[in-house]
Design a protein around this ligand. Sequence first.
Ligand SMILES: Cc1ncc(C[n+]2csc(CCOP(=O)(O)OP(=O)(O)O)c2C)c(N)n1
Length: 580
Amino acid sequence: MSLVDTDHQAAAQPREGADLVLDAFLRHQVKHVFIFPGGTIAPILDRIEKRSAIEIVCPRTEQGAGYAALAYARLTGQTAVFMVTSGPGVTNAVTPVADAYYDNIPLVVITGQVGTGDMRGDLPIKQRGFQEVDTVALMKPITKAAFLVKDPAELPNVLEEAFFLAREGRQGPVVVDLPMNVQRGASSHPAPIAKRTSVVPFVPADKIETLAQWIGEAERPVILAGGGVIASGALKELRALADKYRIPVTMSMPGMGAYPSEAPLSLGMCGYAGSQYANLAMHRADLLIGVGTTFHLRQTGSLPAKTVANGRVARIDLDVHELDHSRVPLDLSIHADAKAALAALDRALSRHTVGDHAAWLKQIAAWKSEHRLMPGKPGKLPKPQAVIEAVDAAITAKPVIVTTGVGQHQCWVPRHFRFDAPARALLTSSGHGTMGYDLPAAIGAKIANPGATVICFVGDGSLQMNIQELATVVERGLDIKLVVLDNHALSIVAQFQRQNWQSHPSTGDKYNPDFAAIAAAYGITSVTIDTVKGLREKIAQAVNRPGPVLLHCHVDPQEDLLPMLLGGQTLDAMSNQSSF
Ligand SMILES: Cc1ncc(C[n+]2csc(CCOP(=O)(O)OP(=O)(O)O)c2C)c(N)n1
């Protein structure tokens, strides 16, 4: 069956709002929609089911649907469609929408709404309709735009604008709120669709020339690559530049994979949960070049003016506001798409002489061996880092997509799993830092790329935010490997509490169920790991077995995330102080 329902398109006017929504999906070649249903979204759901071959993905909660949509958009490069019902559907969708906003993920969010006659409008009352909530007001601060459509005739243009805005410039979510009478109402004369064209900033040749000159002068250059490098498809350009001119590359968490973890010039992740060697390199650089990265607290620490002790800072970004309001003071700001800017930089550099940075690379090699990322004192239970490394070693097939929750485990994954996008890609909730992204994101990843090996590293706390999605895994027969790093704690918060207030009464020593038994109850193969003995073999067997598997790994609860960049510390002075 074709995705386009030609019979219906030929049908006589007038057309219902729900049909006009479906038309927009078909125009934009939507292949999957992610939905958690309810009455006020049912008209569109019905239309998709009856009149298209679009596949409906219906997890167990709005969060499940939302995070799956986010991962799907990330991997397919397409705008994902996420649909929820009015009232509680909308409020449950707020967190995934915020996640899409802060991590620049193109999403069109269709929200059901009570009929316009039942809407409170400007009246000084709480609610007029059942399950009425002011969706636009709730969503405005966490979307690129939020529209309430009151007339079906406006639908084609509003939806066109929504699909356009989701991708324009820095990508993100757009909400379209659709009252029942708009979905069900007929429009004889929908307005003709006004096409929009993207504006890509012109690469400023003079600034690129300045940067090329600075690279020529630099003795200690470092590139900080962010998620923007991956989003703009600038992997080839970044790698060519770094390799040709021997510039070490560090990455933010969303930038992991922009440069291969294993390459000799890779410094891995920087910042709060990065390594001391990456942070030392940034701090001691005489030229730091940020590409598609925000220079936020997590990457540069709490003393932004001291990110670089004695050097220049240049930054390339698609978002001019980020440059105008940079946390880290800039000596050069280049408003451009990363891919185009790096290609222009390479051309400009061909006219300059660049040294081999031998002394700098030698210094970095010394820091790397001096500050290796190591687990703490061995205990009876496996170390989380050892589990991650064992999973890494056990997977040979490509591509591999890794998703995580939020917490210590999220920080250990970039440290101990080797990334190299797109063959070994990381999907994690970066800007919003949302527990519960993990399992649903793995579902979206597997739907987007059924041939990929999908691994979800998840803490016991994060898993319990959306554990119900194990049902979706089974229902859709998704071959996902869940590696539960169970330390019986909301550990990163427990560590923070111990560091500052010496105890963790509500975040440590948590009661946990037998996750392996829960997986088994859903019909998922499960394996329990609670000893160091045979760890690698057991893990290799479990991750290479076909079909979904949950590995319940009891890991050492006495393991701190170390080193860590604490508030008030400059990048050269990460803390290595145990909290126990
Ligand atoms: C939805 C949500 N609520 C609260 C937090 C605050 N928070 C950050 S990490 C964390 C603990 C995570 O525990 P777990 O998933 O077990 O990971 P661990 O730190 O033990 O590896 C909490 C409560 C958050 N990030 N997201």
